[in-house]
Design a protein around this ligand. Sequence first.
Ligand code: PMP
Length: 458
Amino acid sequence: MLAYGNVLDAIGKTPMLELKRLDAGPCRLFVKLEFVNPGGSIKDRIGLAMITAAEREGKIRPGGMLIEATAGNTGLALALVAGQKGYRLTVVMPDKISREKIFHLRAMGAEVVITRSDVVKGHPEYYQDVAERMARETENAFFVNQFANESNPRAHEETTGPEIWEQMAGKVDAFIASVGTGGTLSGVGRYLRSRNPALEIVLADPEGSVLAHYVETGELGALGSWLVEGIGEDFVPPVCDLSIVSEAVTVTDGESFAAARELLKVEGVLGGSSSGTNLSAALRYCRAQSTPKRVVTLLPDSGNKYLSKMYNDYWMIEEGFIEREHHGDLRDLIARPHAENAAVVVAPEDDLLIAYGRMKLYDISQLPVMADEKVLGIIDESDILLAVYGHEDHFKDEVAAYMTTELKIVSPDASIKSLVPMLDQGFVPIVMAGENFFGVITRIDLLNYLRRRLEGRR
Ligand code: PMP
């Protein structure tokens, strides 16, 4: 292969991988590694196609502004293409999108507008409505509108579909995809069906989305919420052709995250959250077959974008996807138990710079000060602030000189209620039984616990 002359030439032609270690029943399961695209996702294909088509149709002029509503990846794809072609870009995203994508977008020079994720189409603060309105009110702006832009499914019909057909040597029995806009499912599905009329097309839909129910009943069911990013819908997008779907599979967030984590452990492939949804549905489909089939699904983006979420055990525990041992007492509120070596602590002789660095790295506001398995004190942000304000050289002083030694020790069987006044006064309850230190409970730990209770989880 010769060197490319421009990053846009590296879009598409992604590898296909057979998953031989996961149990696919009588079937052979293949995944197309779309995260290999230079913008990190399958959306590069449509980013390039939609901008090229708009140029051809005279809808954008040199130096023009593009506006788009996106869960992130289309934004990144557009930023990549816009950057190379000299357009400005504003993306409007719902507020549940991971920080990695937002940092990535800003680093590529896009302007990012965050809006509500708890409202549906038609609400003035819904991300797609916000983007449309901004485009209308901005001169020389083009609303890319991937949900209704025919270049979106066409890009998949012309590139993704034929690549799959060729990589599978013309033998594909089933194709499984989730739907964000439906561009992938409709474009790839149409192409593969044109080559194999008996092809089964399976929709993988997050629980809470209305699409699986729509496929099964023809009606939009009740809308729920889900954490998997980029897929699932509250409406059927104009470019989404659900009439080609043979069967729909509903996948919970927990199943999606578990499948993605399993994929990494067993096959060494770091996929994103919708990759987990696709894989979970594909494995379920494969295992339910009674005859051998060649099955294809996609890994739309990389797990790199979700390292702080589904690949982070603490996040998984906080969200209730990983079950910890249940004690029925205050130990259940400790986010970072000492017994798991998870408590972030400092030693009394460490300097304040070290304490500050750990707080920043772990995004926490206080640290137990420990020596020989004993808690000697607590150092928090305000202790450090008071120490170094006007005396920056004190960053080099020992923690022991500034830590609080007035400790609030609570036993595991104390009540949750007893924590509230301590937290209110700025203390950090330390859970101990005798000499045995279990961990600390912070305000956010208690908030997380109460939120889990609200949702019926422990
Ligand atoms: N996975 C991820 C991570 C996505 O960002 C998207 C697009 N929003 C999809 C899957 C679904 O692709 P499509 O829009 O083609 O349905």
